[in-house]
Design a protein around this ligand. Structure first.
Ligand SMILES: Nc1ncnc2c1ncn2[C@@H]1O[C@H](COP(=O)(O)OP(=O)(O)OP(=O)(O)O)[C@@H](O)[C@H]1O
Length: 255
């Protein structure tokens, strides 16, 4: 499904990624966990073909980057990131913002086909914000905007959904509502790759975790094997105790 093999990413004097290996198989859903600046977004950009490694190979959905048309592969990848959010127009109605996901456009300059609008409405219903369809994007709360992004990404029926810190800036209520919608993706044939700094965002949907620190993988594999206090201390330099509750990890910071 996704194979990042012996990835090095060097810019100037800096070795930003150092021999990173991540192999994501069908049916798995991964979290990439790590501190600010550890290299998580750079890895996502490689999965999307926006960055290329200095050394190593990237295979996504059966295509080796450098030997395929990346734009065709991207049509099968939904991407939710703050930088995409910033490109959307706050004065556009929510229904149009979602409908643009069908073509990966940022805006429509012609009439939107009725069948596309109908699908956009169905996506809004799925994330429980159908009642907001005709409001402008700018009038929505941060949590509602994240749901719009999710509905938009699902429009093109992606095989892979990449989420870069989607819950950043959400309060507890909004975060949990958003995570509930992400968790329901388990009912669909979509592989999820989710980047975060926050261990409590590792919802039951997630099967595997990769922890990255200063461009190197500390651990990667099934979540319960990887999320140990030792690995978390290595990544975040904080001593913690970890408890599983309702298939989610919760941490307590120790003195
Ligand atoms: N094209 C580039 N040229 C130079 N430096 C880069 C480039 N891309 C990333 N970096 C640097 O590599 C490091 C890793 O960046 P990256 O955005 O991948 O980290 P991150 O783990 O996603 O961080 P955060 O959690 O803060 O978003 C950062 O120090 C960043 O400045």
């Amino acid at each position: 499904m996704i194979h990042l093999s012996h990835i090095h990413f060097i810019r100037g004097e800096r070795h930003i990624l150092n021999d990173v290996n991540v192999h994501i198989n069908p049916g798995e859903h991964w979290v990439l966990l790590g501190r600010n600046g550890s290299g998580k977004t750079t890895l996502l950009e490689m999965m999307n073909g926006y960055e290329f490694p200095s050394r190593g190979t990237v295979d996504v959905l059966g295509n080796r980057y450098g030997q395929c048309d990346v734009r065709e592969v991207r049509k099968r990848i939904g991407y939710i990131s703050q930088s995409l959010m910033e490109k959307l127009n706050l004065s556009d109605p929510v229904i149009e913002v979602v409908a643009t996901g069908e073509y990966a456009y940022l805006r429509f300059y012609q009439e939107i086909p009725q069948e596309v609008l109908d699908r956009a409405m169905a996506m809004l219903e799925r994330v429980r914000i159908l009642h907001l369809a005709h409001q402008t994007l700018g009038s929505l709360s941060q949590g509602e905007r994240k749901k719009v992004m999710l509905a938009r990404a699902l429009m093109m029926k992606p095989s892979l959904l990449v989420l870069d810190e989607p819950a950043a800036g959400l309060d507890l209520y909004e975060r949990e509502r958003f995570l509930k919608d992400v968790n329901e993706l388990s009912k669909q044939d979509i592989t999820v790759v989710y980047v975060t700094h926050h261990i409590e965002e590792i919802i039951p949907l997630i099967t595997h975790v990769a922890i990255i620190e200063q461009g190197e993988l500390i651990a990667a594999g099934p979540k319960k094997d990887v999320l140990t206090p030792e690995n978390i201390r290595k990544a975040f330099d904080v001593d913690i105790a970890l408890e599983w509750f309702q298939d989610r990890p919760w941490i307590k910071v120790l003195d």
